[in-house]
Design a protein around this ligand. Structure first.
Ligand code: UT7
Length: 329
């Protein structure tokens, strides 16, 4: 028997119907389509008007299972990467299991901001590799509109809402998650944080008055760290696995800013046609960006393709995953 790896055997995304364009945002804050497009690459984003993160994630998971013809009762484990859980507790994974009918599964949420999906994917893969589980769902979902300050033009223009989910199953052909590098540096929290609502600043009239329940970001600082670290870790995982730019079929980068994506692709020596980009239509959906990219590009992926997933986000957290795509769609 060959070594068991964890292969992605299906992917599904969900984005809310409501489209908020840059021009719409320009009616709310002092900004313009020209500024947002040239600084970030974003043209529009989706906003979930009603419901919670679990509703977007449950929609993605239900459609994924339906398309795969898998009974929800077969799922062993659900890992949900999110910074916008439905509640402090129970976990969003717990709620998703209930909404989809995955009654034999256990699950938990994983907080790693924009790196949530690669952290969750790497964690889920371990449960497949040990043989402990046969079917693991990994989700990246965020309802960023629930924690955005629509009076702060520096943050509200870059984020959007959305969810993506993948199914992990055992593979003995050497396909799936091959390697990962995950990093964190908690000193970066000063630059990107939602300060209120946890045990450091429990909810109170004051935390609301001080707008502490919203995302606070020092964009320029985060940009500097993101460019350096996402590019470095992507190059490092290629070196560690003796991959040249010719060997890599796809870069799947976190969609925070087109300029960060370009810098990462350049450092890896990859032409733009090998880079997945959907930031123009969804903005930065935090944990949702990577599975939404895989969903959008699924029809172009071929069995055996080499993918590098790469992300950088709040925490700071960052990392890269090297995986081999396991199916033709
Ligand atoms: O996904 C998690 C990790 N997050 C990231 O990776 C985000 C990283 N950071 C960024 O992508 C960029 O820093 C931003 C897109 C957030 C901001 O772009 P920037 O080029 O770094 O702009 P800046 O903050 O340096 O601001 C430049 C100017 C300022 O005006 P002055 O001081 O030069 O007069 C800002 O006040 O742009 C102004 N500005 C805006 N103008 C119009 C900031 N936000 C806006 C806006 N519309 N929305």
């Amino acid at each position: 028997m060959g070594k068991v790896t964890a292969a992605i055997t299906g992917v599904q995304g969900y984005v809310p119907d409501f489209v908020m364009t840059n021009d719409e945002l320009a009616k709310i804050v002092d900004t313009s389509d020209e500024w947002i497009t040239s600084r970030t690459g974003i043209k529009e984003r989706r906003i979930q008007k009603e419901g919670a993160s679990s509703d977007m994630a449950a929609a993605a998971v239900a459609q994924l299972l339906e398309k795969k013809g898998i009974d929800p009762m077969e799922i062993d484990l659900v890992i949900c990467g999110t910074v916008t859980p439905d509640y402090p507790f129970p976990s969003t994974a717990n709620v998703i299991c209930d909404k989809v009918g995955m009654k034999n599964a256990w699950g938990f949420d994983l907080i790693a901001a924009c790196s949530g999906f690669i952290y969750a994917l790497t964690t889920g893969a371990q449960f497949i590799e040990t043989g402990k589980h046969k079917k693991v769902i990994v989700i990246g979902v965020d309802k960023m509109s629930s924690i955005l300050d629509y009076e702060d033009r520096t943050t509200c223009v870059i984020f959007g809402d959305g969810a993506g989910a993948v199914l992990l199953e055992p593979n003995e052909e050497g396909l799936g998650v091959i390697d990962s590098i995950l990093r964190s540096d908690g000193s970066g929290r000063q630059y990107l944080i939602q300060p209120g609502g946890g045990s450091a600043n429990p909810p109170s009239h004051k935390t609301v008055d001080d707008r502490l329940h919203f995302v606070k970001q020092e964009g320029k600082q985060v940009f500097k760290f993101a460019v350096t670290n996402m590019a470095e870790v992507s190059a490092e995982i290629m070196e560690n696995n003796n991959l040249t730019s010719d060997d890599v079929d796809w870069l799947v980068p976190h969609q925070a800013n087109l300029r960060i994506i370009d810098a990462t692709a350049n450092r890896m020596g990859l032409p733009s046609e090998k880079v997945m980009i959907n930031i123009q239509k969804y903005g930065n959906t935090t944990a949702g960006t990577l599975p939404l990219c895989l969903w959008d590009y699924e029809s172009q992926l071929k069995k055996g393709d080499t993918l590098i997933l790469s992300a950088f986000g709040g925490g700071f957290t960052w990392g890269a995953v090297y995986l081999k795509w396991a199916y033709n769609s």
